[in-house]
Design a protein around this ligand. Structure first.
Ligand code: ZN
Length: 69
């Protein structure tokens, strides 16, 4: 049973509660334990920041791999 405990330490963003909540994981979706709504990995603001971070990583690696021989 203890192997499942770590799931409850993680939180996902619930658009209904408008905050990060603990969630129940099912096969193709996660649900807020407080209200039962589907939760997301990130809030929309955090998702933008995450995608922006990915983009800048891509650009950085492009520059890094672009070598003039
Ligand atoms: Zn909720």
């Amino acid at each position: 049973m203890n192997s499942n405990v770590h799931y409850y330490n993680q939180k996902k963003y619930c658009p209904h509660c408008r905050e990060y909540k603990r969630y129940l994981q099912s096969i193709d979706a996660s649900y807020c334990v407080a209200c039962g709504s589907k939760v997301r990995l990130f809030s929309s603001a955090d998702k933008k920041a995450f995608l922006a971070g990915l983009q800048s990583d891509k650009e950085a690696s492009k520059k890094g791999t672009k070598r003039v021989s």
